[in-house]
Each structure stands twice: as structure tokens, then as C-alpha cells.
Write a new protein. Structure first.
Length: 314
């Protein structure tokens, strides 16, 4: 647990001893049993909200209570080996004088905003709702790098699908497309409701978010909308890439089957000649039989190949 408290134009930092009433405070803590008990005793938050904050499996949401509101947003980041996307939950309680942020993992954006507020007293002096805006804005903006990287990967996938020669096999390319689709589905699932949460905080006339702060939340809404639109664009590109991949695969399969069919067609009359004259070679004069059969077996496939080339079947 770490606490910031603004009094007399100065910021004091410390532990729970600074969490008393009478001044704006920001409490940042992990969802341990001891910390949850402290919040229940100090702020008397609703037990259901405390239960949600204690377990990192909540959907994105905003819940309004009598004297506080509770928000859940997600910070999505790639795994260290880029094999998957990891979701970290950031819960926040907002009262008239206190902001309480709860998260199990270290969130770099929360740390940076906390350090800013510790060194710039005017930030917390503008209200704890403004500190909540700073947290949500930092978390939202951090996703632009992730979404831009995914968009670049989708564009590279589309180019690979359309390329005549590929550096990777069809199975590897298909695995990359399916992985990118799963990532975009996850991002869309997380960001769409977060946009609604920020929109609710941006509405004027709320008791705990002042109108001058609600204006700043509109900027967060705008960033969330841009992220969602870019994700939707990436999903459309992935759908087009998948269609192009399937079409390319089907075209190559049809081309291979066409060639195999033509080869079989060429050898079919040769098989007929070989079997027919193998049983009936004595019907021809001995000096004529063998040369005629050999000549037929040479001329016929050459002639058929010429016909197929003229008709552009090969």
C-alpha cells in the first residue's frame, strides 16, 4: 500500500496513516486480504465491490453506489515472448476525497501517474477525480503502441498472402492469421466496454466527477473510440487476408489437380496402346508391328501435349 495526501499545497507520501479524512488522498494497493479489510473498515465500500476488487476476473464495468463509484478497466500487454496477450485488471474506487486503485500486477502507467502526482501537488489539488482521469488516460494511450504493432503485423500478413513466393509454409501463415484474429477479438472484447465506462464518466452532472473533469474524460473517450476503430479495421483486413489465403490455396489446388489430370489423360491412350497390342501384336506384320507401336507411343503424347498447350490447359 502507498498513499499520497495533499495538505497545504504539499504532497505527503506514506502508508495507511495518511489515509484519514479531511484532505484529498490517493491510495494505491494490491488486493491482499489485509488491504481489503482496511478498505472495508476505512471507507465502508460495498462488500460486492470489495469482492470484485479482490478477484482479478472481472469484466470491464462502472458501478455507482451511494457515496462512491467503482470502475474496472483492463491493461492489455504482450507476453515477454510475444506468444499471447496478457490482461491486467485495474480497479478504482472514487469518493469525494479519495481515489483508491487496486491491482495485483505492477502497472507501469499507474506508477508513472503516481510519481507525477507525488512531485506535482497541483495535480491532486485539482481533485481525486482528476487523478482518476490521469490513470485512465495513461492506460488507454498505452494501448496505441500495441494496436499499431498488431496493425502492422496484419498488413505484413496480407502482403505475405498475396506474395507468389513465401518465406513460410501455408500452415505457418494460417497459424499467424488465426493468432492475429484471436488477439483482435480479445482487444475488441476489452475495449468496447471500456469506451462505455469512459463515456459514463464524461457525462456532466455527476456527483463525484466534476464537470471540469468530465471534459477531460471526453478526450479519453475519443482515444478509446480511435482504438476501437483501428481494431475493427484490423479485423476487416484479417478477414480479407483469410479470404485471399483460402482463395489462393484453392487456386493452387485446382492448378495441381489440373496438371495431374492432364498427365493422366496423356498416359491413358498409351496404356490402351500397350495393352491392346500386347494381346494383338500378331495381327500386324512382324516388321511393322513393333515400330508402329513405338511410334504411336511417342507421337501421341507429344501431339496431346501440343493440343493442351494451344488450349492453355498447361
Amino acid at each position: 500500500m502507498r498513499v499520497l495526501r495533499v495538505e497545504g499545497g504539499q504532497v505527503r507520501s506514506g502508508g495507511e496513516e495518511l489515509a484519514g479524512p479531511g484532505a484529498p488522498v490517493w491510495i494505491d494497493l494490491a488486493p491482499t486480504a489485509e488491504n481489503m479489510a482496511f478498505l472495508a473498515a476505512r471507507f465502508r465500500f460495498h462488500p460486492l465491490a470489495l469482492e470484485d476488487a479482490a478477484h482479478e476476473d472481472q469484466r470491464v464495468k462502472l458501478e455507482q453506489y451511494t457515496d462512491n463509484l467503482f470502475t474496472v478497466v483492463h491493461r492489455i500487454s504482450p507476453a515477454p515472448d510475444d506468444s499471447e496477450l496478457l490482461t491486467h485488471e485495474v480497479d478504482a474506487f472514487l469518493t469525494a476525497e479519495a481515489l483508491v486503485t487496486v491491482h495485483a500486477a505492477r502497472i507501469a502507467e499507474v506508477d508513472r501517474v503516481f510519481e507525477r502526482c507525488a512531485t506535482e501537488p497541483e495535480l491532486l489539488a485539482r481533485g481525486v477525480d482528476f487523478a482518476l482521469y490521469l490513470v485512465h488516460d495513461a492506460i488507454t494511450d498505452a494501448h496505441f503502441t500495441l494496436v499499431d504493432a498488431l496493425t502492422a503485423d496484419v498488413e505484413e500478413l496480407a502482403e505475405s498472402v498475396l506474395a507468389e513466393r513465401r518465406d513460410e509454409s501455408d500452415q505457418e501463415l494460417l497459424d499467424r492469421i488465426l493468432t492475429a484474429r484471436r488477439q483482435h477479438v480479445l482487444l475488441r472484447k476489452r475495449f468496447a466496454p471500456q469506451r462505455e465506462v469512459f463515456a459514463a464518466l464524461a457525462r456532466p452532472g455527476q456527483a463525484l466527477v466534476r464537470d471540469q473533469t468530465a471534459i477531460y474524460f471526453r478526450d479519453v473517450v475519443d482515444h478509446a473510440v480511435r482504438l476501437t476503430e483501428e481494431i475493427d479495421t484490423g479485423r476487416d483486413l484479417l478477414a480479407s487476408a483469410m479470404d485471399a489465403y483460402l482463395s489462393s490455396t484453392n487456386n493452387r489446388l485446382s492448378s495441381v489437380m489440373t496438371r495431374l489430370t492432364l498427365i493422366s489423360t496423356i498416359f491413358l491412350p498409351l496404356n490402351f496402346i500397350g495393352t491392346f497390342f500386347g494381346m494383338n501384336l500378331d495381327i500386324l506384320p512382324p516388321r511393322l508391328a513393333v515400330p508402329l507401336v513405338l511410334l504411336s507411343m511417342v507421337v501421341m503424347p507429344v501431339a496431346m501435349y501440343g493440343v493442351f498447350r494451344r488450349k492453355r490447359w498447361l
